[in-house]
Design a protein around this ligand. Structure first.
Ligand SMILES: NC(=O)c1ccc[n+]([C@@H]2O[C@H](COP(=O)([O-])OP(=O)(O)OC[C@H]3O[C@@H](n4cnc5c(N)ncnc54)[C@H](O)[C@@H]3O)[C@@H](O)[C@H]2O)c1
Length: 285
């Protein structure tokens, strides 16, 4: 499929989406207002592809072809007009995202599809900022993007059928599987996963079982590849806490009210792997 993609935000998600798109033969422009982030992205993608070369999964020539499909830019300029799709992957902040989309709305090709990779914000609400909300949709990718196969394809109240169709084609072109979901807080996966994280934390808090035993039980009893507390440590306790806070606020459902232990851990700097302590200790790893 001949398409041109603009990705905004060269963080964890933007970098992953850019890499996957380029590997799938899609021309990508990646924009971030922080040059150091772009430099980091360049290194990350290069290292990832080099590992594939070292393993014999990619030739050096193919690696160069993939890299040539990626343009890293510090300002948007005129390039935006040529893009068929824009995927926004900036900070999870409503005001920042709306401001960006208002800007994109003015400069993008009117046929272009505007997409947010938000985890928690309402697609329908964000769409209100656009002149044409029918061309706006959500695409919730999972981290690490090159590895995870699913994309939640979010239909906002005013997303048109054509936009959904084009969006699903993009997901397919990216080599991912799209699952269409309505625009509800937490979409589908986080809606379910956050409950599991929260309940697992509550069980540890109530000393029903140790973290090790909660994880062991879910791995051996449910065939989960990782336990919920190992997962929460990997995602970041702070990230899980803010997701739960947001879901609780948006749904009013007590099941999402964060377990006290999560807030206590974040307040004492125990944010999981990245801080070397979470439900487990990673100091010697
Ligand atoms: N990290 C995850 O596991 C994950 C999974 C699914 C969805 N998401 C969502 O994806 C989005 C990005 O998350 P992330 O973890 O990659 O964030 P991140 O903090 O790693 O990266 C965000 C990047 O956006 C850039 N940025 C911020 N505002 C900008 C602007 N106005 N213009 C240009 N660049 C700007 C920052 O410089 C930074 O490089 C968030 O909405 C998040 O909720 C994250």
């Amino acid at each position: 499929m001949n398409m041109k993609l603009l990705v905004v935000g060269a963080g964890t998600m933007g970098t992953g989406i850019t890499q996957v798109a380029a590997e799938q033969g899609i021309e990508v422009v990646l924009y971030d207002f922080k040059p150091e982030q772009l430099a980091k992205t360049k290194k990350t993608i290069n290292n990832f592809l080099q590992k594939k070369v070292d393993k014999g999964k990619l030739s050096s020539q193919e690696k160069e072809v993939v890299l040539k499909r990626i343009q890293l830019v510090e300002d948007l300029g005129d390039r935006v007009r040529q893009c068929d799709f824009v995927i926004e992957a900036i900070f999870e902040n409503y005001e920042a995202k709306v401001q960006l989309f208002k800007q994109l709305d003015k400069v993008c090709n009117p046929e272009a599809i505007l997409i947010s990779n938000t985890s928690t914000l309402s697609i329908s609400k964000m769409a209100e900022a656009l002149q044409d909300p029918s061309r706006f949709m959500g695409m919730h990718f999972f981290s690490p993007v090159p590895v995870m196969r699913l994309v939640e394809v979010v239909r906002g109240e005013k997303t048109s059928a054509v936009t959904m169709e084009k969006g699903l084609k993009l997901v397919e072109a990216l080599g991912k599987t799209g699952v269409v979901v309505k625009d509800i807080p937490g979409f589908l996966v986080n809606r379910i996963n956050c409950l599991m994280y929260n309940e697992a934390a509550r069980l540890v808090q109530a000393e029903v079982a140790t973290a090790e035993n909660v994880d062991k039980a879910m791995k051996l009893g449910m065939n989960h590849p990782m336990g919920p507390l190992e997962m929460i440590d990997m995602a970041g306790i702070d990230v899980a806490l803010s997701a739960l806070d947001a879901l609780y606020e948006m749904t009013g459902n007590e099941a999402y009210k964060p377990a006290e232990i999560l807030r206590e851990m974040v307040n004492s700097g125990k944010c999981g792997r990245k801080s070397t302590v979470g439900f487990y200790n990673y100091k010697n790893q």
